[in-house]
Design a protein around this ligand. Sequence first.
Ligand code: GAP
Length: 601
Amino acid sequence: MSRSNLVELAKRRGYFFQSAGAYGGVSGFYTYGPQGATLKDNVEDAWRERFGVQEGHREIDAPTVMPEAVFEASGHLDTFDDMLVACPECGASHRADHLIEDNTDIEEAESFAPEEIADLVAEHDIQCPNCGTELAGEPVEEFNLMFETNIGPGDASTGYLRPETAQGIFVEFPQLAEYARNQLPFGITQIGKAYRNEISPRNSLVRTREFTQAELEHFVDPNEDEPLIERVADVELTLYPAEKQAESEETEYVTRTVREAVDEGLVHEWVAYYLGVGKQWYESIGVDMDRFRFRQHLSGELAHYAADCWDAEGEIDGDWYELAGFAYRSDYDLSKHDEYSDDDFTVFKQYDESKVVERATVDPDMSYLGPEFGGGAADVAAELELLAERDRAAFEDEAVTVSVDGEEHEIPTEKTGFAVEEVKETGEQIMPHVIEPSIGVDRAVYTVLVHAYSEDEVEGEQRTRLALDPGVAPTFVGVFPLMDKDGMGELARELTDELRAEGLAATYDDSGNIGRRYRRQDEVGTPFCVTVDYDSLEDSEGQRASERPSGDEPRGYTVTLRERDSTEQVRVPVDDLPDLLADLREGETTFSELDAPAAEQ
Ligand code: GAP
């Protein structure tokens, strides 16, 4: 399948298209049309159900603009960079690591340093994709991907559009921990827009400048909490570990269940748990599991916050794309916000039984420190307190040395009030660790569409089909009158309303011949079509709205139900239709389990 076929269909049928086309469009921004917006909503709902409801995690909704201090603490200001090389001739900017991947056999060039990339550009005579100018010798620079903005007028403060939804969860941790009654483990989800000023957006929804992330931050006590592995123990994972990527030119996978992957130490237990959940979810929305794998990050590729990370990847036209990251973020983010902000990002963990422990304390003689250090006395006292906690032996000599603002001071030990006492402790403050499944919603939608796309022939006619899973298809059922005459249109319109009232996404169509109407629905991915025909009319004698007593529902006629993928048809009583369709949508019955198929109309 060519990607351009899908992009063409997506625009023509209202899935997605480049935004602001009337003004020439802007690279990296897309609008979802009526079909696409519903598909995306359905994918998001499925994510909420699997990662939120079924796991017992709660969702929040934080702002997309955040103050600079947040990103100073998180490290994004310093390290959230991609490698840029600019063409000296036409001025076009390119992502240097992507040029290497596109022009050589090297994969994952992101893991190289800028100097190595510059050497590779020269070694492989890489040219500007825009104008063909040699890029050898051009500097490869780090470019920060965050969009900067001003918050407020006048002396505005600097803010940034969030590059990941995650920070909106981390900065609110003290409040969120309170809602969780300070009980670990607990998980918080968020789904919303993220922004990255990508150097070269590409492949339509795959790399955009505004996109939707669905993220879960699961806060755990690393010493005590364990995932409920048995819930996903038997889920089979196609794994591509870092060592296999380094070892061989051939792509060599390791297939293991979640349980085996944990037992063999291939994947950290928490990450493995979410790989299992992730696989179930991707499968449920219609990603083809023969074109899906989990690839471990190489060490140079890890984000600044990640201790380990596995990406879910999907295959499109022979290339593999990152769909999601499943990262072990350790306590990186909470420690940083704890250090940089005024709040406490730890939780108090109560012991099962209280413990008696020795604690070293100081009670400095301020009548000595005051005259000696003036305004700096409080800082010296604070340093003494820290030193007592860290290094009791420092108080064994006659004088203790502390450093304040780079200057060393000697204090007679007798003036520090140093003592070691026994105290009863009921618990301790701990810094939770974080496991983060971070899913790109747009890439999920794109992959679902690409994997669903096919072209085949039906009764000698070419058809394009989107085999979307009934659970996410934007339109679930098309309702047609064979012709809009003799009352068939009236019955079909009534039936459409009835199905909608039952919560089924139904569309009515009476334009063109019936074969064309089927093809149209096949192309937008509608799993089922219902046709009201002359047989229905005959069965429905006296059943049209205009003929029956007011308030009475039509009863007893039959319709043709057609399945998109097999094009098979069955005749079903209209009264059974809402329940039958609901069962088909929920996967509680399959089309082949219905009565013997009728011939295609
Ligand atoms: N909080 C972790 C995080 O943001 P990431 O790997 O940078 O990790 C997670 O992003 C997911 O977000 C990716 O796997 C991808 O699906 C999606 N994503 C990232 N950048 C994107 C872009 N420019 N366009 C579309 N989706 C993107």
